[in-house]
Design a protein around this ligand. Sequence first.
Ligand code: ZN
Length: 193
Amino acid sequence: MTAYTIRLYGDPVLRQRAPEVRDIDGRLKALSDDMVQTMYEAPGVGLAAPQVGVQKRVFVYDLHDDLGPRTIVNPVISEARGEWTYDEGCLSIPGLAWEIVRPKEIHLTGRDLDGNEISIEADEYEARVYQHEVDHLDGILLVERLDEDQRKEAMRILRARALHLPGDDPDGLRRLVGTDGTGSPEAPDHPGL
Ligand code: ZN
């Protein structure tokens, strides 16, 4: 297995809707293996194919339960209920997290790597992982799920990162962002998605 490099915020591949997988074959299994490896090395709990530059509707995840790493092909969220707030981070936007409200319970369907139909009722954290990964397949990053104030702060930090920070640092962004992202006050204390 080979780990990919995770694509970061600003990479156009993260903004495109990935097309459906047509063939569940050996190539897809190999992609899944490499994505799982990449996810573990990050470390993360979930990873979608566009995050490694592959335009296919597939994601991998590991909830650290008895089931180990799993792959969902062509996932669809068919129902969503309630609201749940969670401090959500993303492997493509390392070192940052924001409290985001999303549906608490969802129904997810799709296929596994053997082509079998999958139907999962999920809530809270598990439901959050699926919603985050399906967003990636639709070209949506979590910054688009922020409220106005959160988004302003996010854009300020991400713009500063893109500019590698000015030498005089008039807004104190160096302190906000940190050299590796860990200096941010928003740094999550849990693995990203
Ligand atoms: Zn993500």
